[in-house]
Write a protein that binds this ligand. Structure first.
Ligand code: CA
Length: 503
């Protein structure tokens, strides 16, 4: 892999950043003013900055979530200064679709936000994404790294052209990014690798450095900003420096039962882990050996620890630049990941391992260092952040703001979270996960899954066909359909002209 020094790369960006910011139009929209008098706010209230850190394919296997195998000291420390959501769920477990749902505040649907390569502009063309809403309200909006899957998708909502690192993003829907010379046109190189600390493959180091520079520029301007920083790891390939790999003894890693799916799991719920099989050295079919499973888990963990360190760099910059007291910080993983559970690798399924995400929110002046067990969905973030920013969101959003509950975090939460993937719809309550799979030709339910999380948190026993759970299935199915049935086939919501300021 090609290497060149970080300082060299930074040096080439700095003029671009400085020039871009110096000419960033003051007429991006009116400067944000204090919210309307409908809500009492201190006279010195200023719209807060928002730092939105996205981490690709990060499942909530972190120290702060009670997992001892992983080294995540920076996120663990951040959790002590934020609200940690223990039951946060993505809307659809694949990169682009999950991000599209969060950034638009819309639920996915069989016709919308389905694939990794989702384009908001095509699938929900008239909506007002979060960044555009904030920009219209006067925020300076900046996208660094992997934020919206396609950088040009709703690009005009960003005050500066979305910036991506120079190498290393694997685009699942972009054949040229994969076909780098192997016999298989889908070949994308090795699934895991140890690289030198200054290797270009360490794109997250490049992103963290860029974020530091950008934060300093935005701090100097003194106007409210929405800075989205999207880190690439632990998305495949698991590329990390030796120091991150050295944090783990592979012989001590505990492997899940990765070879076979538990009995009673319908075939519709499973897949062949194709995303991973596209990589060099991964068998095209069949189960993985223990040795390979151990290498993959080692690589995933090393990638998590590496990205954890990069998040630490950005969070440290927030403090160093004096931004902490007026900057909301969100840290979010776009979906879970299977490390062999249920015989699955990658995401793309309706199991808890795919739907459950890490989520942290630090709001100045609100309680910090707490954990919340109430259920939240990622579509709730759009209205929540707007309310905290004093910006009225569009009326059609599917999520619900929990901003007003932040003073009493124990009151945050909704009755259930709903998500989907492929032909499956899934509902999570505090006690159960219930999923339905549909025959795409006739629309009938072809399979169901029910897991009781009070006694089966690993989702090993499907209870859906047990007579004693018939009533539970009926209730959960009704709740699920109350959410998904009213969703129009093609949601093109009426968009109000401009977001109104005020709470
Ligand atoms: Ca992802």
């Amino acid at each position: 892999m090609v290497s060149r020094s970080l300082s060299h790369r930074l040096g080439s960006w700095l003029p671009v950043v400085l020039v871009a910011l110096s000419i960033a139009p003051r007429a991006l929209g009116q400067a944000v003013s204090a919210p309307s008098t409908a809500v009492e706010t201190p006279s010195n209230w200023k719209p807060p900055n928002i730092l939105f850190i996205m981490i690709d394919d990060l499942r909530p296997e972190l120290g702060c979530y009670g997992h001892e195998q992983i080294h995540s000291p920076h996120l663990d420390r951040f959790a002590q200064t934020s609200i940690q959501f223990n039951r946060a769920y993505c809307m659809v477990p694949t990169c682009g679709a999950s991000r599209a749902s969060l950034m638009t505040g819309l639920r996915p649907h069989p016709t919308r936000f389905v694939r990794a390569g989702t384009r908001i502009g095509r699938e929900a063309p008239r909506v007002l994404p979060l960044h555009t809403c904030l920009r219209q309200a006067g925020y300076t909006t900046v996208s660094l790294g992997k934020v919206i899957h396609h950088p040009e998708d709703h690009q005009n909502g960003w005050s500066l052209p979305p910036w991506r690192p120079t190498a290393g993003i694997v685009d699942e829907d972009d054949p040229p990014a994969r076909g780098r010379g192997g016999p298989n046109p889908n070949w994308a190189g090795p699934a895991f690798a140890v690289v030198n600390a200054d290797d270009m493959a360490l794109v997250d180091r490049e992103i963290a450095a860029r974020a530091e520079v950008q934060l300093a520029q935005l701090a100097d301007r003194g106007e409210p900003f929405f800075l989205a920083v999207g880190f690439i790891r632990p998305h495949l390939p698991f590329v990390a420096p030796q120091e991150s790999w050295n944090l783990y003894d592979p012989e001590k890693l505990v492997l899940p039962d990765h070879a076979t799916a538990p009995a009673g799991i319908p075939m519709q719920a499973l897949h062949n882990s194709q995303e991973l099989r596209n990589y060099k050295g991964i068998p095209a079919t069949g189960p993985f050996s223990d040795e390979l499973a151990r290498q993959l888990i080692h690589g995933y963990y090393a990638s998590v620890s590496f990205v954890d360190a990069q998040v630490g760099i950005v969070l440290e910059a927030v403090d160093r630049l004096g931004l902490r007291e007026n900057t909301i910080v969100v840290v979010w993983g776009d979906h879970g990941w299977n490390l062999g559970e249920h015989s699955l690798w990658c995401k793309h399924c309706c199991f808890e391992t795919s739907m459950h995400i890490p989520l942290f929110l630090r709001v100045p002046g609100k309680p910090q260092g707490l954990q919340v067990d109430g259920l939240v969905e990622t579509i709730d973030l759009y209205p929540t952040l707007c309310e905290l920013a004093g910006v009225s969101p569009p009326s059609y959003l599917h999520g619900k703001s929990f901003a007003r509950s932040l003073s009493q975090p124990e009151t945050i939460g909704k009755g259930f979270a709903v998500g989907r993937f492929g032909d499956g719809d899934t509902l999570r309550t505090a006690e159960y996960r219930y999923s339905e799979y549909r025959d795409l030709e006739n629309g009938r339910v072809s399979a169901r899954m029910l897991f009781d999380h009070r006694r089966d948190p690993d989702e090993l026993e499907n209870l859906a066909n047990r007579p004693e759970y018939r009533q539970v299935v009926e209730v959960l199915s009704r709740q699920l359909h109350q959410v998904i049935d009213p969703l129009p086939t093609e949601v093109i919501p009426p968009v109000s002209a401009r977001p109104r300021r005020g709470r």
